[in-house]
Design a binder for this molecule. Sequence first.
Ligand code: AMP
Ligand code: FE
Ligand code: FE
Ligand code: ZN
Length: 283
Amino acid sequence: MRIDLHAHSTASDGTLTPAGLVAAGAEAGLDVLAITDHDTTAGWAPAGEARPAGLALVRGAELSCRWYGRSPAIPLHLLAYLFDPTAPALVAELARVRGSREERARRTVERLRADGVDVTWDEVRGYAAGGTVGRPHVALALIRAGLVADTDEAFEDRWLGERYRLPKEDTDVFAAVRLVREAGGVPVFAHPRATKRGTVVPDSLIVELAAAGLFGLEADHEAHSPAEREHVRGLAAELGLVVTGSSDFHGSHKQVKLGAFTTEPAAFEAIVAAASGVPVLGP
Ligand code: AMP
Ligand code: FE
Ligand code: FE
Ligand code: ZN
């Protein structure tokens, strides 16, 4: 069984459509693939309709969260699986965060323009193509303007990594765990030790989140060193959390391939057993 529980489509900052993503999942030899776009379930229906017969589809999302226990607050990502996509409180919160993302992208463009950089909001919005807008769409505008060679360079400190990194109004992480659970979903902390993306939270927060309903930790991820993967595994074992591994595939916005990291069948089965929002689709 090859199980990849974290992938993005054009519903957020991936470059394959939801239909293209499930086709690529089958092509890559996966048995199970989760679609986890940032702060949206817009890809669920088209991915479900296009699902190849041999591929099981886990419907999920990656929620933009923040821990307010430090100043400044620390951003983090929560994967949410198999939740009810009509649960009113969660639906409202996802819409609010998407609105904040749009606001942030507009302000980022304004700041770039104020510094003489030739990018426009219309262009960035066009790259997002109706999906959740994110910094990778601003990165495309910087690439088009000839200012950076690729997405990685666009995320360096002098661009979107620091100088033009504006905050968005993310969901409090404890509220997010509660909303996902109330919607019958299963929350898993995405790449909890991804130090290259910024400050990571202390293990003491993960202990608190486990008590608050967190179900798992993503250990095997390209942003974790082998030592960090081991550390996350140890923490999960201590806290009785499941461990996942996934590619966090974004199409051509990143180098990583579907199935580059995978999840053990037992962990996947535990997630499915804990969920009551929507079922896994097929086979
Ligand atoms: P946002 O959610 O809009 O703040 O943008 C974060 C997204 O940008 C992540 O989900 C990744 O897709 C991408 N990203 C973050 N850091 C990097 C990086 N160092 N290089 C390339 N892409 C990145
Ligand atoms: Fe992303
Ligand atoms: Fe993430
Ligand atoms: Zn992701």
